[in-house]
Unconditional design. Structure first.
Length: 276
């Protein structure tokens, strides 16, 4: 009888553990490295070329008219001009997206109404464009939003194509990273990137939304750039489950946990092993 109670309580608490890790927390089956120091989390991407490389070129969907020529024209432009161009193109594509389909890598530049206008899709389009322009960028998932950072040969800088903003230090006027933004808040300034008006969310029209997101960030998560275009697919989810269970080195990710209210995600396989 005693053994039955032990088994019952083990199953009960194990079920609670799995529910918490898999249902209530995002990205459960990624192999996540945790970083307490922002300097390590924001290290030079040249030391991790594989992590920040996009998938090998394949057959892309049709580019919007004149886009390839426009990108070629900007290949030698300043980083800020490239950010402006990529934001403008991203928001133009997203303005046409009225459906609920998530794009994969081959569809990323399609300008059709069937696709979804959400922040993570805007971030993926933006990262793809910056890569085409010869720059390194990464998608960052936070709780409630998705933004981008771009490497400027010295440090990462915050870019939010969804709210159409860059972030600057209020005193030095330098572009800053997401971690710098959080640690300096509210002594920061949000600057408009694309001055064209659209039907999309714009910080100029709704500043409170972005400020609320920044004040409540508990998760700062980055996955390998090769995963950002496919991690939503069912077959990829199944692969991650098995990879996590057998501690494979696939599906690598990073999380900054140097925040006071940081919530760790990922590494379900490792957590299960420790629990057992």
């Amino acid at each position: 009888m005693k053994n039955r109670y032990i088994i019952f309580f083990f199953i009960f608490f194990f079920t609670i553990f799995l529910t918490n890790q898999i249902i209530f927390k995002p990205f459960p089956f990624f192999k996540v490295n945790y970083y307490k120091l922002s300097e390590e989390f924001n290290s030079n991407p040249k030391n991790e070329l594989e992590f920040y490389s996009l998938p090998a070129p394949t057959t892309f969907g049709k580019f919007p008219s004149g886009l390839e020529e426009q990108i070629s024209f900007y290949e030698n432009a300043s980083l800020i001009d490239k950010i402006k161009l990529s934001t403008e193109i991203t928001r133009s594509i997203q303005e046409s997206s009225l459906g609920n389909i998530i794009k994969d890598y081959n569809q990323i530049m399609r300008n059709d109404t069937e696709y979804w206008e959400i922040c993570s899709e805007a971030a993926k389009i933006f990262v793809f464009l910056m890569n085409k322009l010869g720059e390194t960028a990464r998608v960052i998932w936070v709780n409630g939003h998705t933004i981008v950072e771009v490497w400027n040969n010295d440090h990462w800088i915050f870019v939010d194509p969804s709210s159409n903003t860059l972030a600057k230090d209020k005193f030095t006027k330098k572009n800053i990273s997401l971690t710098e933004l959080i640690m300096s808040y509210p002594d920061v300034e949000f600057k408009t990137i694309d001055y064209k008006k659209s039907e999309l969310w714009d910080y100029r029209d709704d500043s409170e939304k972005l400020n609320d997101i920044i004040k409540n960030i508990k998760i700062i998560f980055i996955m390998n750039n090769k995963e950002i275009f496919s991690f939503h697919k069912t077959n990829e989810k199944i692969k991650r489950v098995f990879s996590s269970m057998f501690f494979n080195e696939n599906f690598k990710a990073k999380q900054f946990i140097g925040l006071q209210k940081a919530t760790k995600v990922g590494n379900v396989g490792l957590h299960m092993f420790k629990l057992l």
